[in-house]
Design a protein around this ligand. Structure first.
Ligand code: NAD
Ligand code: LMR
Length: 333
């Protein structure tokens, strides 16, 4: 029996994500939690003719504890989204406290669950969850993930557009490493499963990198004050959750880029440290998944000089973002 839980399930991401999880045959039970509207969302989804049993919870009557009881995997899209002109870091003020409180609930009720963090800024909210878990003595770095799949999905789409064939987008894979905001998003186009056309011009390369790094802004701008990516994020979140569950069920060789604590694989961390030129506590790289979560974190491998430059720009910002998350828990009561 697998129980999946969505915290923030009535939101722009939460609802379509819950819909996709309801159709996932690997899930037997789906728990939905939000501060509003989950009974309605749960009632609606419960009419879909798939086996997962759906229940909705609100904060009264220990709703968080109830939804988290027996949870195997918890996905967190709770929190405020950006408006035009904001950076993801501008969301920290509100979302840090939301994520801290939800992480406390998970640490108390479902400390062994796999935790998938979507709430922004991911570079800082993942360290927040880890620090809360450490405070409760239940931190297992192999079971905590920052969801960076949307960057990977965007890279597949935009590269297949460049190749002039959107039908390739399902098979184009590009490792996107680093973190999840602006310059911390580093697409390794030299390792794309489908190489760029030979003689691809430098300005076109730069524009493609920028589009992957700032794809979120494109959606924020188009939504014009009504929020950020929700549908593509729900798709990406469901894809990543499905990978975690396939690995839990014993499928071998399941891999995905995801933002993890490097303590999950000390050997991989050592190799990354050499490549990055400094130690970071968290980094998104290709991670092999297994029944207990992280099996191995891949080093970057062979990358181009241009990609080295992108990594150099990402590392200091990532380091600051990580410290912001860690200090928040150090200083909060
Ligand atoms: P939204 O406002 O539509 O939904 C957020 C939901 O969270 C709301 O239903 C709200 O009631 C709920 N919520 C707020 N406080 C809560 C609490 N304490 N407990 C439970 N639920 C609570 O926002 P959205 O568009 O769904 O975005 C959610 C978050 O995901 C944002 O922070 C956004 O920046 C982030 N995001 C991340 C990625 C990524 O790639 N990781 C992509 C898109 C969006
Ligand atoms: C995204 O990449 O779409 C999300 O992180 C949301 C945002 O704020 O851009």
């Amino acid at each position: 029996m697998v129980k999946a839980v969505v915290l923030g399930a009535a939101g722009g991401i939460g609802q379509p994500l819950a819909l996709l999880l309801k159709t996932n045959p690997l899930i037997d039970e789906l728990g939905l939690y939000d501060i509003v509207n989950t009974p309605g969302v749960a009632a609606d989804l419960s009419h879909i003719a798939t086996p997962a049993k759906v229940e909705g919870f609100l904060p009264p009557n220990d709703g968080l504890k109830q939804v988290l009881t027996n949870a195997d995997i918890v996905v967190i899209p709770a929190g405020v989204p950006r408006k035009p002109g904001m950076t993801r870091d501008d969301l920290f003020k509100i979302n840090a406290g939301i994520v801290r409180d939800l992480a406390t609930g998970i640490a108390q009720t479902a400390p062994k669950a796999f935790v998938l963090v979507i709430s922004n800024p991911v570079n800082s909210t993942v360290p927040i969850v880890a620090e809360v878990f450490k405070k409760h003595g239940v931190f297992d770095p192999k079971r905590l993930f920052g969801v960076t799949t949307l960057d990977v999905v965007r890279a597949s789409t935009f590269v297949s557009e460049v190749l002039g064939d959107l039908s390739l987008s399902k098979s184009v894979t590009v490792p996107v490493v680093g973190g999840h905001s602006g310059v911390t998003i580093v697409p390794l186009l030299s390792q794309s499963s489908h190489p760029l056309p030979s003689g691809f011009a430098q300005d076109k390369y730069d524009a493609l990198i920028k589009r992957i790094q700032f794809g979120g802004d494109e959606v924020v701008k188009a939504k014009d004050g009504a929020g950020s990516a929700t549908l593509s994020m729900a798709y990406a979140g469901a894809e990543f959750a499905s990978k975690v569950l396939r690995a839990v069920k014993g499928e071998k060789g399941v891999k995905a880029p995801t933002y993890v604590s490097l303590a999950a694989d000390p050997k991989g961390a050592e190799a990354l440290k050499k490549e990055l030129g400094q130690e970071l506590e968290y980094f998104s790289s290709i991670v092999e998944l297994g029944p207990e979560g992280v099996v191995a974190i891949s080093p970057l491998g062979s990358i181009t000089e241009q990609e080295q430059t992108l990594i150099k720009a990402a590392v200091p910002e990532l380091s600051t973002n990580i410290q912001t998350g860690v200090s928040f828990i150090g200083s909060s009561k």
